[in-house]
Ligand binder design. Sequence first.
Ligand SMILES: NC(=O)c1ccc[n+]([C@@H]2O[C@H](COP(=O)([O-])OP(=O)(O)OC[C@H]3O[C@@H](n4cnc5c(N)ncnc54)[C@H](O)[C@@H]3O)[C@@H](O)[C@H]2O)c1
Ligand SMILES: [Zn+2]
Length: 433
Amino acid sequence: MVMDSQLPPPAPADPRDPQADSRDSQADPHDPHGPHDSPPPLTERHFSLGDRRVRVLLGHDCLDDVAQALTGLDADRFVFVTDDTVQGVVASKLAGVVEQTAPALLLSHPPGEAHKNLATLSRFIDLSLDFKVTRRSVVVAVGGGIPGNIAGLLAGLLFRGIRLVHVPTTVIAACDSVISAKQAVNTAHAKNTVGLYHPPELIVVDFGVVAMGSPRDMRSGTCETVKNALAIDPGQIPTLRRLLRPRADYTASDLEEIFELSLAVKSRLLLEDPHEKYSGVLLEYGHTVGHALELASAAPGSGAVPVKHGEAVALGMAVAADVAHRLGALGADAVATHEELIERVGVCRCLTAGLDTETVMHHIGFDNKRGYEAHTSSDVPMVLLGALGVPLGLGQHYLTPVPRRAVRAAVDELLRRGRECDGGHDRGHDAHG
Ligand SMILES: NC(=O)c1ccc[n+]([C@@H]2O[C@H](COP(=O)([O-])OP(=O)(O)OC[C@H]3O[C@@H](n4cnc5c(N)ncnc54)[C@H](O)[C@@H]3O)[C@@H](O)[C@H]2O)c1
Ligand SMILES: [Zn+2]
C-alpha cells in the first residue's frame, strides 16, 4: 500500500451491529471477516485517566476482533498512524478491513526517533484535514511507542481533541506508553519536549502481533515492568522471576502476563495522578541516568551501540540503586535484587562499551525532571529507593537531590563494569540480539 494514500472508497452499506463495541469478549462465529477457528475470547479491562474510563481489549491473533472493535465506534472516518515496518506487518490489513465500513486514511512514517517530530506531525495534520476528518473521526495508532505518540498528538490537536485508539504492537507500547495520557514529540533540543495530555478512548492489544517483535525490543519493553516491580510493587517480583528470560523469547501468553503486571501498577498510580506529575514520577525510576545513556549512545560518532530505552532504564536503575546504597539509604539485599532482575531480563553492562562518564554526566544535566522542585546545579534530582517499593524523596514528587559527585561515582562504576565485561555472555544470551 502506498504511504499516506487514501484507501479505496468504502464498500456499499455493511450494516454494523450496534452492540459491537459492548460485546467485549465474545468472538462472533458469524462474523464474515474472521477466521475464528475457535479463537479465545477477548479479555476486557479498564483503567481511569482523570474523568475518562479507558477500555482495554486483550487477545491473541485477533485482528478481526480488533477491526470489529474499531468499526463499533461509529466513526465517520478513520486515520491510521503507523510506521513503514508495522504498515506491512499489520496496519494495512487492519485499515483494509475497517475501510469497508468508513473511509480510512493510512499515514506512515519511517521507523525511528528521528521521525517522531513536528515535521511528521505537521504533515499528518495536513493530510488528515485534506481527508476531511471531523469531530466524529477516530485516529488509530498501530505500532510501537513512536507512531503511538505521534497519533496521540494528532488526535489531541485536531479540533482540540478527537477520539484516539491505540493498537500497540511492541511491548513498550502495550505495557507502558499506551497506559498513559502523555503524548509528545521530540525537538532538536531534546526528547518529548512538545506535547499534551490526551487519553485514549480504547486500547486493543493483539499479543500475537506483539510477540512478532525483535527479542531486543521485547527485552527493552520488559525492563519497564521490572522497574515498576522494583520501585512500586515488589510483590510482583516472584511472578517476574518465573516469567523473565534473558533471551527474551517470550510467547504471546507470557507477554499478556507481563502486560497485566504493568497495567496493575500503572492503573493504580494513574487513578491518583493522571498527569504523572506527583506519585507518577515514580515511573521515572532509572530514567535520569537511563535517558542520558540512551542519548550518549545514540550521538553520531559515539562509537557505542545505541542503547534501547528499556535497556537504558535497567542500567539507570543499577546506578540509582548504587547511588542510594552509597548514600546509606538502600540495603545490600535490595541492591542484589536489582542486579538479579537486570540479569534475568537479559540486559548486560557491556552495552555501555564506548561511553565515557563526562558525556553521560553532560546529558544527565538536561534531565526532564529539572524544575519540578528547586535544586542547585550541583544536585541531580533523582527517584531513589530506601527499600524495594519505598521511595525516598522530599516534597510531593518523590525526588531526592543527589550530589553530582555521588552520581558520577556510580556512573563510573557502571562504565567500568561495562568495559570489564568480556562480551562472552556465558549467561547464554546475546545482549545485542
Ligand atoms: N507515556 C508515554 O507517552 C511513553 C511511555 C514510554 C515510551 N514512550 C515512547 O515510546 C517510544 C519507544 O517505543 P518503541 O520501543 O515501541 O518504539 P518504536 O515505535 O520505534 O518500535 C520499535 C521498533 O519495532 C518495530 N515494530 C513495532 N511493532 C512490531 C511488530 N509487531 N513486529 C516487528 N517489528 C515491530 C518498529 O517498526 C520499530 O522499528 C519512545 O519514543 C518513547 O519516548 C512514550
Ligand atoms: Zn520509560
